[in-house]
Ligand binder design. Sequence first.
Ligand code: ADE
Length: 234
Amino acid sequence: MTRIAIVSAMQEELAAVLALMQGQQKQTIAGRDFWQGQLHGREVVVVLTRIGKVAAAATATILIERFGVQRLVFTGVAGGLHPSVQVGDVVVASEFLQHDMDASPLFPRFEVPLTGMSRFEADAGLSRELASAVRLALPEARLHLGLIVSGDRFVSTSLESRALQAVLPDALAIEMEGAAIAQVCADYGVAFAAVRTISDRADDAAHGDFMAFIQTTASPYSAAIVAALLDRLT
Ligand code: ADE
């Protein structure tokens, strides 16, 4: 049975998932607490990546190198970028891009130097199961599938989100970790999928009820989605 990791960036995002874990053992590496145990009868590793691309990439590397993880699932929140993606909607990634990667004119804007790639695909099979899990667990929620962009910025002005929409019109949502994990997983050939509940519209009101939204909505959403996903996976 392949090892699965369930990760979020922040404690508040993962609180409801951690509460459901059984027989967990903690191992601290590089200041991160890795919880190994059973969730819905499955062996999992659960960890907080911390916030931002470097923290997320380091956490993904540890999960793969030290825990032998072969499937990695991120669950958390994101800002909505595309006009159709509203607060409370759920986005499952089909691909990821680092919106703050720019080594032009040496390489095209957004391209990760020496990879020839700007977009990193989510694992198709795992993402399909994740989307099905969302539909089962949250039948009322509006579900979108598409591009999620990541960067080391919490986007909280309409000016910046409009500029990103203009240059990346198919981007559905924005966060700070996914594309970094996708790059690491692509390097190692590990399956990666991500689900994000939309907490804000990455505009001038983005920071408003952020923490309250995570606690009351996104964290229970994550627990329900992860439960449905683990029940579905073989
Ligand atoms: N995560 C949730 N909302 C976000 C935003 N507006 N910008 C970046 N990451 C986010």
